[in-house]
Design a protein around this ligand. Structure first.
Ligand code: GAR
Length: 218
């Protein structure tokens, strides 16, 4: 057993962000271990990824619960039993209720494949393409009671190209997700994040140089 704090990761699908978190943990880049992985879908590949690393993987199928609150109460129970001190939603495609939020106040992170507050919801890359923005990206934020509305911790920007498909843009964004999610977890666990209203201050974090760029570059 490691004495590093444990985190819980919730997934609904492939779990590539989960993999980035596990890898960062195993390389010692984030000061925690993944103590439990939970999915609402029994066939989520994220569960297989967890088991390959000897991490307990649990299925809590939302269809087995009459009310969202009952589903959330079961999630809370599994997470509490694991002893996790931080909850990371990583492609977890369920809207949670206050039952879940209030169990882990200011201790739930989410990742979203768009530059919030643009394009919240389930199809960030598709919405960005359809809207015609020239830049998109990804966001790690604290969860609050809205959909993708909580205080923003880290964002990364990528260009949108004219020949992009939803898949090519999603892949470019995903590569950045794999960088910023472990970074946000590290800042949180090092106690560097302070929330002031909507703004998150990251104490001691590096400041990027001021820059500007244009797309297209004509
Ligand atoms: C990621 O792009 C994540 O940002 C997105 O689902 C994908 C999961 O990929 N989440 C949302 O859209 C939440 N609204 P993964 O299972 O390979 O980590």
């Amino acid at each position: 057993m490691s004495d590093r704090p444990s985190i819980a990761v919730l997934v609904s699908g492939s779990g590539s962000n989960l993999q980035a978190i596990i890898d960062a943990s195993e390389r010692g880049e984030i000061p925690c271990r993944v103590g439990v992985v939970i999915s609402n879908k029994a066939d989520a590949y994220g569960l297989t990824r967890a088991r390959k690393h000897g991490i307990p993987a649990e299925v809590v199928d939302h269809r087995g619960f009459g009310r969202r609150e009952d589903f959330d109460a079961r999630l809370v129970e599994v997470i509490r039993t694991s002893g996790a001190s931080l909850v990371c939603l990583a492609g977890f495609m369920r809207v949670v209720t206050p039952v879940f939020l209030r169990a882990f106040p200011h201790r739930i992170l989410n990742i979203h494949p768009a530059l919030l507050p643009s394009f919240p919801g389930t199809h960030g890359p598709r919405q960005a393409l359809e809207y015609g923005v020239r830049f998109s990206g990804c966001t790690v934020h604290f969860l609050d009671e809205g959909v993708d509305t909580g205080p923003i911790i880290v964002q990364a920007v990528v260009p949108v190209y004219e020949d992009d498909t939803e898949d090519s843009l999603a892949a470019r964004i995903l590569a950045e997700e794999h960088r910023i999610y472990p970074m946000a977890i590290r800042l949180f666990l090092e106690g560097k994040l302070g929330v002031r209203g909507r703004r998150v201050l990251a104490k001691g974090a590096g400041r990027i140089p001021a820059f500007s760029c244009r797309n297209p570059d004509a």
